[in-house]
Design a protein around this ligand. Structure first.
Ligand SMILES: Cc1cc2nc3c(=O)[nH]c(=O)nc-3n(C[C@H](O)[C@H](O)[C@H](O)COP(=O)(O)OP(=O)(O)OC[C@H]3O[C@@H](n4cnc5c(N)ncnc54)[C@H](O)[C@@H]3O)c2cc1C
Length: 413
C-alpha cells in the first residue's frame, strides 16, 4: 500500500483544519536525510520499526559546502553507519571502481551518501517537513505539500543549516557583499575579486585556499593570535599501542581528549562545565594538515577583529581593531555555527515549549530523547549531551545504535 493510499484511508476530516487520522501512519518520522537521518533509518528499519525519512538525500553536503572541498575527517571516520557494516565508504568505492582517496573529496562523499540512501529508499520521502506538533498519542508531521501524517516518535536529524553564526558587524550587509561559508557559493565566481575571509577554522581556511586557487585575491582575518593546524604531532600517531591509548579512530581532538570523545556515554555523566571544556577543546578552530602549503601565498592577519563594515561602491570597507582599514569585493564568513533549536522553523511553538534546553541544545537522555517523550534529536544538536563525536559523521554508529536500542525497548510506551 502506498503512503498516500494509507493516508487517504486513515483520514477523518476534523473541521477546516488538518485531516485527523484514527491510526498511526508510522512508528517514527525522521526529519532530514543527511548522514544521521539515513543511518538512523537503516538501523531502525533493520529492527522492524516502521519509519519514514523526510528531505532530499545529502542536500546539505551537496548544496552548502564549498565546491572542491576535501573532508577533514579520516577515511575510517567517514562511514555512515548501517547495522550490517555493508554500506561503508570503501564498499561504495569498490562497487564503482573509485580510487580510495585520502582525504576524501566532497563529491565522493556526496555520491556515497546517495548510494547508501538507495538501499534504504523505500521509506524516503524527499519532501521537506514544515511543521511538527504534538498531540495526545504522538505527533502530527506536516509536509510542504500540505500532506500530514501521524507518528509515535519524531527523530530530528536536520543538521546545522539554520544555525550559522553571523557576527553583528556584518549583519546589515547584503548577501551579495557578505555571505557565510555554509551558503555554499561557488568559488569560481570570485576569480579576479578581492575577498576577505573571516575566521580560522577548517571552513574559513579551506575556503581561503580554494578562492586563492580560483584566482581571487584573498586575505584571512582571524581573531586568534596564530593559525592552528590539526594533526601536527604525527609522531604521536606512530607509537603503536601507545598511540591507541592517546587517540581513537574517530580522530577528534588532541591526544587523550580524543579517547574521551570516543566515550559519549561516559561524557554524558560528566558535569556540564567539564563536558563543555572537552567539547570546546576538541573542536577549536584549526585547519587540516594539507592547508598550510596551499595558503603560503594568502595574506593572513591574525589577532585582529573587524570592528566596522560598510558597503562602499561595489564592495565593503572594513575597519580593524588596530585602526587599519581593508576593502574587499566580498566578505566570506567562516564563523561557525551555534546550535539553537528555536531556529528549526518546523518545530511548532507548542512543541518547543516542552523541550528542556541548555543554551539552545536540547537536554537528552541516553536514547537521545528530549524532555518531550518520543521526540529525539541526533547529530550536532546532541553534542552538548554526548560530546563532540556527534558533530561528525563518525558519530552515526553510536547515535543510531543507542537510538534504536532505546526505541526497541520503549516501543509501546
Ligand atoms: C564546511 C564543512 C565541512 C565539514 N566537514 C566534515 C568532515 O570532514 N567530516 C565530518 O564528519 N563532518 C564534517 N562536517 C560536519 C557535518 O555537517 C556533519 O558531520 C554532518 O553533516 C552531520 O550529518 P547530519 O545528518 O546531522 O546533518 P546534515 O548533513 O546537515 O543533514 C541534515 C539534513 O536535514 C535536512 N533538513 C533540514 N530541515 C529539514 C526539513 N524541515 N525537512 C526535511 N529535511 C530537512 C537538510 O537539508 C539536510 O540535508 C562539516 C561541516 C561543514 C559545514
Amino acid at each position: 500500500m502506498s503512503f498516500s493510499q494509507k493516508m487517504d484511508e486513515n483520514s477523518l476530516k476534523l473541521g477546516p483544519g488538518l485531516p485527523r487520522r484514527t491510526t498511526i501512519d508510522y512508528e517514527g518520522a525522521i526529519i532530514g536525510a543527511g548522514p544521521y537521518g539515513l543511518s538512523a533509518a537503516a538501523h531502525l528499519r533493520a529492527s522492524g520499526i516502521s519509519v519514514r525519512v523526510f528531505g532530499e538525500p545529502m542536500a546539505f553536503w551537496a548544496q552548502k559546502m564549498p565546491e572542491g572541498m576535501l573532508l577533514r575527517s579520516p577515511r575510517v571516520a567517514s562511514n555512515i553507519s548501517d547495522p550490517t557494516h555493508m554500506f561503508t565508504l570503501e564498499s561504495f568505492e569498490t562497487a564503482f571502481g573509485k580510487p580510495p582517496n585520502a582525504p576524501v573529496p566532497l563529491g565522493t562523499f556526496v555520491d556515497y551518501g546517495k548510494w547508501f540512501c538507495k538501499h534504504f529508499s523505500e521509506d524516503l520521502d524527499q519532501k521537506n517537513v514544515v511543521s511538527i506538533r504534538p498531540e495526545r498519542q504522538g505527533f502530527v508531521v506536516v509536509l510542504e505539500s500540505g500532506d500530514n501524517l501521524r507518528v509515535q516518535r519524531v527523530v530530528v536529524a536536520a543538521g546545522i543549516g539554520p544555525f550559522k553564526r553571523t557576527p553583528d558587524v556584518f549583519k546589515h550587509l547584503d548577501s551579495a557583499l557578505a555571505s557565510h561559508c555554509y551558503d555554499g557559493r561557488s568559488v569560481r565566481s570570485f576569480a579576479g575579486r578581492r575577498v576577505a575571509v573571516i575566521g580560522a577554522g577548517q571552513s574559513a581556511l579551506e575556503s581561503a585556499a580554494l578562492l586563492h586557487e580560483a584566482g581571487a585575491e584573498v586575505e584571512v582575518i582571524a581573531k586568534i593570535p596564530h593559525l592552528r593546524w590539526i594533526g601536527m604531532h604525527q609522531w604521536l600517531h606512530k607509537l603503536g599501542p601507545i598511540s591507541s591509548l592517546l587517540y581513537s579512530h574517530h580522530d577528534i581532538g588532541p591526544a587523550g581528549i580524543s579517547r574521551l570523545v570516543a566515550m559519549p556515554n561516559v561524557l554524558r555523566h560528566l558535569p556540564l562545565e567539564l563536558r563543555d571544556k572537552i567539547r570546546i577543546r576538541a573542536v577549536r578552530p584549526a585547519g587540516s594538515q594539507w592547508l598550510p602549503e596551499r595558503l603560503t601565498k594568502v595574506k593572513v592577519s591574525t589577532g585582529r577583529m573587524v570592528t566596522d563594515a560598510r558597503a562602499v561602491g561595489d564592495g565593503v570597507r572594513m575597519k580593524l581593531d588596530d585602526g587599519s582599514e581593508r576593502s574587499a569585493h566580498h566578505v566570506l564568513m567562516g564563523t561557525g555555527y551555534s546550535v539553537d533549536i528555536d531556529k528549526y522553523e518546523f518545530m511548532s511553538p507548542e512543541l518547543l515549549k516542552g523541550v528542556q534546553l541548555f543554551d539552545g541544545y536540547p537536554v537528552l537522555t541516553s536514547g537521545f530523547c528530549s524532555s518531550v517523550p518520543g521526540l529525539h534529536f541526533i547529530g550536532a544538536t546532541a553534542a552538548r549531551s554526548f560530546g563532540p563525536l556527534l558533530y561528525f559523521v563518525t558519530g552515526t554508529e553510536f547515535a543510531s545504535r543507542q537510538l534504536t536500542s532505546y526505541i526497541t525497548r520503549n516501543r509501546n510506551r
